[in-house]
Design a binder for this molecule. Structure first.
Ligand code: 5AD
Ligand code: SF4
Length: 462
């Protein structure tokens, strides 16, 4: 009988993708995926190290797993515990000191070696640890077959790692330097995903718009070129990409937003701060004005583009004036959605030892003020879609019979009663109501069922 594998995923979409690939690596070795830790033979935590809170969650979950293993052993059974992802990469041996009962520690570059690590563990009393940055790419070694069918909206990693070294960020240390997959491999994976039912693909990379992969024509392709080639795939309806760095958002990619109808009018473009002094201390390599100009160009190319961003408040040295500059930038640009965080010092990063660490009370106040403004903007953005007709890609059944859940081009979740439609259909709907995190809609027969014209009017955003 197949052994059962449960993977719990923390953090970013790349971890979600990687968890799928770990399953792909283990299924040919006698594992079947389960969605319950309780009856698993192997539990893998795919972890995130970006902020302290995210990393600490892993240790409390490991404590619970240790207890689960005790109960299982008392019942004459066993449980293997693995830690993957960025906590595994960053903490490695330290993790094994804090949680010596862990069996396998595997960094993000070594998932193709999971079967071998399990063998190693079975033959030894010690945990199996692999946090190398191997010369061979994991993408060349992971199996092509998918253990589970992709959803209607699938992820595809095209680039990994980051060379930007923002002074607050652990990513360059946990995910390594920038590396892009060859375009041929990406196009082949995209075709497999579409053949298996995917209708939307989100291209993933820590710095996805820095993509420079070998093209089939012998030249290096950038992200815009890759997107144009992907758009040729029949059956693929929508393309998105995340996460981008403002510095790498060049004219070709902006032009693609204006010309490629399958490229959705939504962009997550983290700015982090609106103060040039702080942006420079963060080593972001762009000013607030350069960010503004990039947004202007994008809006000129694709007037209805909706924007999302990440913000950090309480970065070392952030004065009240710096924080006000962030609020001003938010007011000016208007975001459809955003993520904002208190600065969290990460061991080994330059900002952790900078002078002028901001106390937690001030961080909390600033975060509340920023989040109130961002919530106002996202509410206004949601509200502005009420009464509009939009093409919605249906992704999965909803809670009620006949109800389906899908997304607008702007990534808003939509609940729609459409008993005649099913996941994978792109239908026209009239948005009837707006809630905090989703929209309600009814289908309309005469609405467009193709992606909207990139040149149509701008979506209202506060
Ligand atoms: N503290 C707080 N937020 C951080 N982020 C990255 N590192 C830190 C940190 N040390 C945020 C940034 C990034 C997002 C993924 O997480 O805003 O864009
Ligand atoms: Fe981290 Fe900066 Fe790289 Fe983004 S661009 S992953 S914030 S170092």
């Amino acid at each position: 009988m197949a052994k059962k594998l449960f993977i719990k995923t923390y953090g970013c979409q790349m971890n979600v993708y990687d968890s799928g690939r770990m399953a792909d690596a283990l299924v040919p070795h006698g594992y079947a995926v389960t969605d319950r830790a309780d009856d698993a033979d192997l539990v893998i935590l795919n972890t995130c190290h970006i902020r302290e809170k995210a990393a600490e969650k892993v240790y409390s979950e490991l404590g619970r797993l240790q207890q689960l293993r005790r109960r299982r052993q008392e019942a004459g059974d066993d449980l293997l515990i693995g830690v993957a992802g960025c906590v595994a990469q960053a903490e490695g041996a330290v993790l094994l000191e804090r949680a010596p009962y862990v069996d396998i520690v595997v960094g993000p570059q070594s998932y193709h070696r999971l079967p071998e690590l399990l063998h190693r563990r079975a033959r030894s009393r010690n945990a199996a640890l692999d946090i190398d940055f191997p010369l061979e790419s994991k993408f060349d070694r992971l199996p092509e077959e998918m253990a589970a069918a992709p959803g209607v909206a699938a992820f595809l990693t095209v680039q990994e790692g980051c060379d930007k070294f923002c002074t607050f960020c652990v990513v360059p240390y946990t995910r390594g330097v920038e590396a892009s997959r060859p375009a041929i491999a990406i196009l082949a994976e995209a075709r497999r995903l579409v053949a298996a039912g995917a209708r939307e693909i989100t291209l993933l990379g820590q710095n996805v718009n820095a993509y420079r992969g070998a093209g089939p024509d012998g030249r290096n392709w950038d992200l815009a070129r890759l997107i144009r080639a992907l758009a040729e795939i029949d059956g693929l309806q929508r393309i998105r990409y995340t996460t981008s760095h403002p510095r790498d958002l060049g004219p070709e990619l902006i032009a693609a937003h204006g010309e490629v109808a399958k490229l959705m009018p939504f962009l997550h473009l983290p700015v982090q701060s609106g103060s040039d002094r702080i942006l420079s201390a963060m080593n972001r390599r762009h000013s607030a004005d350069e960010y503004r100009r990039t947004i202007e160009r994008l809006r000129r190319a694709r007037p209805d583009i909706a924007l999302s961003s990440d913000f950090i408040v309480g970065f070392p040295g952030e004065s009240d004036g710096d924080f006000r500059a962030t609020l001003a930038l938010v007011e000016e640009i208007g975001f459809a959605q955003a993520f904002s965080f208190k600065y969290s010092p990460r061991p080994g990063t330059p900002a952790a030892s900078m002078r002028g660490q901001v106390n937690d009370r001030i961080k909390t106040e600033r975060l509340a003020e920023l989040q109130a403004l961002l919530a106002q903007q996202s509410d206004a953005f949601q509200q502005a879609t009420v009464g509009r007709t939009l093409p919605v890609l249906l992704e999965r059944p909803g809670r009620y019979p006949g109800q389906l859940v899908g997304r607008t081009p702007h990534l808003q979740a939509v609940h729609v009663a459409a008993p005649d439609a099913g996941p994978g259909d792109l239908i026209g709907v009239l948005i009837t109501a707006s809630h905090a995190h989703s929209l309600a809609a009814e289908p309309i027969a005469s609405a467009p069922v193709v992606a909207p014209d990139p040149q149509q009017g701008r979506a209202a955003c506060a």
